[in-house]
Design a binder for this molecule. Structure first.
Ligand code: NAD
Length: 488
């Protein structure tokens, strides 16, 4: 496998090694072997990045010069386009994206989202006029100014790293903030390229900084607890999200969290193309490592046996058409790491212990290579109180749960700590809409509608998060409101 170029830190306008000269290995999910090296930032590097971002925010015109920042964000976008082959390579080698998947949630969708941010940017409201009010014997004119919040610590996961990095960094930059990007230790290269290309684009020193290290928590915790950082924009697991909220409380940090999910797809009994709807829920894309994947399939009890037969056939049809690095038709590769593989396999074991039936898959597949391969897996005879129905597995594991009627479907879908996304299908649009309106989730697809794109807000209810990324709302998440009133 190709070795990736060394991932360098980008601190205060300089691309560089870690101050202590340390590096760590990037382990590729396809082979379990070293595919590159990355600078291993220490506390001193992170401290310098925070200081640089603070200085750039406080002392340069970045926060107020809209023309400068839109121009540079566009220039950076062009450089990402020119480097698309490298982005594809990083998505494949670091994150384990299959060749048929890089164009979707990985590279193309991320760059499309970037363009969407630029398109919605003119809609951002920078001022709100509240008019005049009489009081205390005089007239006051009141106007709110929406200003960039300041220094943003952007902490991202490994699953779709470019998409999440763009979602965070570009929104913050357009809002007028300065940023410290902290990618996951598995995918430092997809962070480092922001530093490299920002340098080429001519960003002022300190506006973008990129730090990463072998310790998954150290740099992130520094960002969360440092009073010089105004906002933490975090995407990752709910457990770490809770810790960030707790730790951030000491400096009353603004936290904006995109967390896990266990989204339900509800297929109602009158759904046209019932068989196709069921077959399409196979959880295989990027080995199920997506926060918004529909990992609980809910079908009418009257059609449960039929559903099992359809899924058995669909999984058999999918067969071995996955796990091949060079096959452009494939959308599923390995899971990210040995740790993730152990975790997913332990859930598969747990499902069997809980009394669910394995309809397909369930095994590690060392015959696919030395990497982290788990076959597409589906459990039936699942009840919603089982842990495999409640907890986010983050692997290619679908669970199928029967329901009696629409009310029960809504109850089961909502009986979850999460509330990120989901779907409803029915031949009766009003019926599908009425079910969708009752699901407590940040986005939901009705009859296959696409509820995730760069020009619309995305985020979670309940344990799936706080705040919204993407769209105008995603940029406005980085603004503070200052109200000025003057005597007339
Ligand atoms: P993770 O929570 O382990 O790590 C996410 C990031 O946080 C990484 O950069 C990691 O190094 C850092 N981190 C770890 N401990 C930290 C700490 N104590 N303080 C600060 N930062 C810390 O998540 P992961 O395993 O990288 O990613 C998978 C998770 O991400 C899944 O739960 C998935 O649902 C979630 N996710 C959510 C969305 C969304 O938009 N809602 C999108 C993608 C992934």
């Amino acid at each position: 496998m190709t070795m990736l170029p060394e991932a360098k830190l980008y601190v205060d306008g300089t691309l560089r090694e870690a101050a202590a000269g340390r590096t760590f290995d990037i382990i590729g999910p396809w082979t379990g072997e070293v595919v590159g090296k990355a600078a291993d930032a220490s506390a001193a590097d992170v401290d310098e990045a925070i200081a640089a971002a603070r200085r750039a925010f406080d002392e340069s015109d970045w926060a107020t010069n809209v023309e400068l920042r839109v121009g540079l964000v566009k220039k950076l976008r062009d450089l990402f386009e020119e480097n698309k082959d490298r982005l594809n390579e990083l998505a494949r080698i670091e994150a384990g994206a299959a060749l048929g998947a890089v164009g979707r949630a990985h590279v193309d969708m991320a760059l499309d989202g970037w363009d969407d941010y630029l398109r919605v940017f003119p809609e951002v409201e920078w001022e709100t006029d509240y008019g005049t009010r009489e009081g205390y014997g005089f007239t006051s004119h009141r106007r709110a100014f929406h200003e960039p919040v300041g220094v943003v610590g952007a902490i991202s996961p490994w699953n779709v790293p470019l998409y999440v990095n763009v979602g965070k960094v570009i929104a913050a930059l357009l809002a007028g903030c300065t940023v410290i990007l902290k990618p996951a230790p598995n995918t430092p290269g997809m962070g480092a390229i922001f530093g490299e290309l920002a340098d080429k684009a001519g960003f002022p020193a300190g506006v973008i900084n990129v730090v990463f290290g072998s310790d998954p928590a150290e740099a992130g915790e520094m960002l969360v607890t440092d009073p010089r950082v105004d906002l933490i924009s975090f995407t990752g697991s709910t457990g770490v999200g809770k810790r960030i909220m707790e730790k951030g409380a000491q400096t009353l940090k603004r936290v904006f969290l995109e967390l896990g999910g266990k989204s339900a797809k509800i297929i109602l009994d009158d759904a046209p193309n019932f068989a196709m709807e069921v077959a399409q829920t196979m959880l295989v894309f990027h080995a199920g490592q997506g926060c918004a994947v529909q990992s609980r399939l809910l079908v009418p009890v009257s059609r449960y046996e039929e559903t099992k037969a359809i899924l058995a056939q669909a999984y058999a049809g999918f067969g071995d058409n996955w796990g091949d690095f060079d096959n452009p038709q494939q959308i599923m590769g390995p899971v990210i790491s040995q740790r993730q593989m152990d975790r997913v396999l332990s859930y598969i074991k747990l499902g069997q212990e809980e009394g669910a039936t394995l309809l397909a898959g369930g095994n590690a597949r060392p015959d696919k290579g030395t990497g982290y391969f788990i076959e597409p897996t589906v459990f039936v005879d699942v009840t919603n109180d089982m842990r495999i129905a409640q907890e986010e597995i983050f692997g290619p594991v679908l669970v199928v749960i029967p329901f009696d009627d629409d009310d029960a479907a809504v109850r089961i879908a909502n009986d979850s700590e999460y509330g990120l996304s989901g779907g409803v299908s029915s031949g009766d649009f009003e019926r599908a809409m009425s079910v969708a309106r009752r699901i407590r989730t940040g986005s939901i697809s009705v009859n296959g509608g696409m509820c995730i794109a760069g020009d619309i807000p995305f985020g979670g209810y309940k344990a799936s998060g706080v705040g919204r990324e993407w769209g105008r709302e995603g940029i406005e998440e980085h603004l503070e409101t200052k109200l000025i009133a003057w005597k007339e």
